[in-house]
Design a protein around this ligand. Structure first.
Ligand code: HEB
Length: 88
């Protein structure tokens, strides 16, 4: 795995899995292709924007940077890439 993939997996485990791992409050689980397909179809730029700035959808509320205010954009994007990679 590339360094970015390792980073994404690590960030996901520390900051995102608390909601996304079990699908808490409507958070899409990595590997749930039916939930991810329409999200992935929006394109990476939208996914990154929603993960960085936060977003409220039909299922619930995604907090900005998953509540990890100190995460850099690169770290959040790497975690998004990891989640998308698990879900294709
Ligand atoms: Fe989240 C969603 C990412 C954390 C909750 N998210 C989401 C998405 C993404 C993400 C990409 C999709 C968007 C669209 O569709 O556009 N997250 C993420 C990351 C992280 C996270 C990367 C780490 C940093 N989340 C989180 C947490 C929570 C959440 C911690 C809890 C608190 N999310 C969520 C939800 C959702 C999401 C609920 C869904 C919304 C709707 O409605 O759709």
């Amino acid at each position: 795995p590339s360094p970015t993939a390792e980073l994404g997996k690590s960030i996901y485990g520390k900051t995102c899995a608390m909601c996304h791992g079990a699908g808490v409050a409507g958070a899409p689980k990595p590997g749930d292709k039916a939930d991810w397909a329409p999200r992935i179809a929006q394109g990476n730029d939208t996914l990154y924007k929603h993960a960085i700035e936060g977003f409220t959808g039909t299922k619930g509320m995604m907090p900005a940077r998953g509540g990890g205010a100190s995460l850099t954009d690169e770290q959040v994007k790497a975690a998004v890439d990891f989640m998308v990679g698990q879900s294709k």
